[in-house]
Design a protein around this ligand. Structure first.
Ligand code: ZN
Ligand code: ZN
Ligand code: ZN
Ligand code: ZN
Ligand code: ZN
Length: 198
């Protein structure tokens, strides 16, 4: 630094930098032959790397998610906050999905209900946050009865199984049929008798 300030400097008309006066001619010759100013960022770029500089720094790039073309400087902002295809998560179920589908999904998802364990009411997910503030914690139906025990006690005394009933019915049917057969045979045997009478 001290050394540099000891010398007078000239401004290179090609690159606009301050060059020690003793070097200015040599510098200018080299500078004007090899360097050129980038029209976009004003940096001095070696002429042979000008195209490479443009492509790597300024050429439009396309978003890998939505394939929109844009300047490279805004690509990371686009992917992080603007791209319609960037992955976001639903506020209610935390399911990851493209940003463009988020509104429609949350319209449906936020209408689902979930049981509030404080007041025992079903609350829409979209109202959950505001409900948590206003929930009075008073259960909706505190009377949870302890039924079910009484039904089990009756099992001690056995009822006749259903097949007993149908067997009785079957025996009854056989009996009726038997009587009918007997009656029929009596009538059958009588008929010749009665015809003989005429
Ligand atoms: Zn220069
Ligand atoms: Zn540039
Ligand atoms: Zn995009
Ligand atoms: Zn959801
Ligand atoms: Zn509640």
């Amino acid at each position: 630094m001290d050394v540099a300030s000891d010398y007078a400097t000239n401004i290179c008309s090609h690159c606009d930098r301050a060059i020690p006066s003793s070097n200015i001619d040599l510098h200018y010759a080299h500078c004007s032959r090899n360097l050129e100013k980038c029209k976009i960022c004003d940096d001095m770029i070696p002429k042979k790397h000008a195209e490479e500089h443009y492509l790597s720094t300024h050429a439009p790039v396309s978003c890998s998610l939505c394939s929109e073309t844009m300047e490279p400087e805004i690509l990371s902002l686009h992917k992080g906050e603007k791209c319609p295809q960037r992955i976001v998560t639903c506020d209610y179920c935390e399911f990851p999905l493209p940003a463009i589908d988020l509104f429609e999904h949350q319209e449906v998802c936020g209408n689902r209900t979930e049981l509030c364990h404080l007041c025992n009411r079903y609350i829409r997910l979209r109202e959950r946050t505001s409900h948590e503030v206003t929930c009075n914690g008073v259960p909706n139906n505190a009377a949870e009865t302890s039924r079910g025990r009484e039904g089990e006690r009756e099992g001690g005394r056995r009822r006749p199984p259903p097949e007993d009933l149908s067997r009785k019915k079957l025996l009854f049917t056989i009996a009726i049929t038997g009587i009918a057969v007997v009656l029929g045979s009596i009538i059958f045997h009588r008929k010749p008798v009665s015809s003989e009478l005429h």
